[in-house]
Ligand binder design. Structure first.
Ligand SMILES: [Ca+2]
Length: 361
């Protein structure tokens, strides 16, 4: 769900979930090693030159030879080092190149709901995972009720003021592009504690400056996966992938989810009590979407083939009226992970790794 595009995604249908078949992941595929029998995946390719990251050498990759070029395994404790949180900032200091800044470009109405925090809602757990949370702060409130803190991490950051750039910001950090060869961008994620109303987990590619400029070639918003749960019941059983860009007069998107017609040829069983690997094979003419090595959707139109400053995002987001009138109305009551007198943890996701592979000739 694009944060800046206000449309309601109609995600319908419970048939997306395959039912009683339960897949398990091996450690090689990014799962917990004690979680049972291996999942069946399509024949894949081969990881080369990953001596500095032995975990990745056994990961499923698409056909071909792939080199691991960037990864965050989320080891250690404390703050993740390769990601930058969306925060409030001092626009005047940024304009004078006195301070780097990250900003929320949504409407004031939205920003009243969504606050990002520097600590607490995105943290390494010491067991190799990044924890992303959404919390409602019962000690502070606004006209909507308790203030809600979301986790919103980017692999890039606005580095300096540049009036020649869209949005007057020159971005730096980790960018991804298929121009010099296909990429496979993947993340291993566990989402069984995405519980709260109006919340969802997302793993994106995105350019802050060129996502919606009518020129998809130089950047779009690619939602590799978005997972939302809650009521009504069918929301528990679907996820979303999309390529969003802009067109004169409004936004456009090409989207796959449980509501897609014609129906997808392949469904993917996602048992969210386990880790699953969501991957995007991205070349200049297509984007292929995989779960645990199973291809389920291919984009072929409006591909970001030469993006300028496309970065990666990991988020737990909260926004009213985002997904469904019944689910996304901004309620801060209802299902939650845990709560006490001061705070309610509405949703949580665990990310085991993010890895970017480049295809070898
Ligand atoms: Ca990890």
């Amino acid at each position: 769900m694009p944060a800046r595009l206000r449309f309601t995604a109609a995600i319908l249908l419970g048939g997306f979930f395959l039912g009683p078949v339960s897949h398990h992941l091996t450690a090689a595929e990014g799962g917990n090693p004690d979680q049972g029998a291996p999942v069946e995946v399509a024949p894949g390719g081969q990881v080369v030159a990953s001596a500095d990251n032995p975990d990745a050498s056994s990961q499923w990759v698409p056909e071909g030879k792939w080199e691991l070029t960037w990864a965050d395994e989320f080891s250690g404790k404390g703050m993740p080092e390769k990601w930058y949180p969306m925060l409030g900032y001092d626009p005047e200091a940024f304009k004078k190149n006195e301070a780097k800044g990250l900003r929320w470009s949504g409407a004031t109405e939205d920003s009243a709901w969504m606050y990002s925090t520097k600590t607490g809602n995105h943290i390494l757990n010491g067991s190799g995972q990044l924890v992303l949370r959404i919390t409602a702060d019962k000690t502070q409130s606004n006209e909507h009720g308790p203030k809600v803190n979301a986790a919103y991490l980017l692999s890039g950051y606005p580095d300096k003021w540049d009036s020649t750039e869209p949005n007057n910001a020159k971005w730096a950090g980790k960018f991804v592009s298929p121009k010099e060869g296909p990429l496979y961008v993947s993340a291993s994620v566990r989402t069984d504690q995405v519980l709260g109303y109006s919340t969802w987990f997302a793993f994106w590619l995105f350019t802050e400056t060129r996502a919606y400029n009518d020129e998809p070639a130089n950047g779009t918003e690619v939602d590799i996966v978005e997972i939302v749960k809650g009521e009504p019941d069918y929301m528990k059983y679907c996820f979303n992938v999309a390529n969003h860009w802009a067109k004169s007069g409004g936004s456009e998107s090409k989207q796959f989810n449980a509501a897609s017609r014609p129906r997808p040829q392949n469904y993917v069983d996602v048992n969210d009590k386990q880790y699953h690997t969501y991957g995007l094979e991205w070349s200049t003419d297509s984007m292929k979407c995989y779960v645990d090595g199973k291809l389920y959707y291919t984009f072929t139109e409006n591909i970001p083939s030469d993006p300028v400053d496309m970065m990666m995002l990991l988020t737990m987001e909260f926004k009213p009226d985002s997904w469904d009138p019944n689910q996304g109305d901004g309620r801060t009551e209802g299902p939650c992970v845990k709560e006490n007198d001061k705070m309610r943890e509405m949703s949580r996701a665990l990310v085991d790794y993010v890895r970017v592979f480049k295809k070898q000739p």
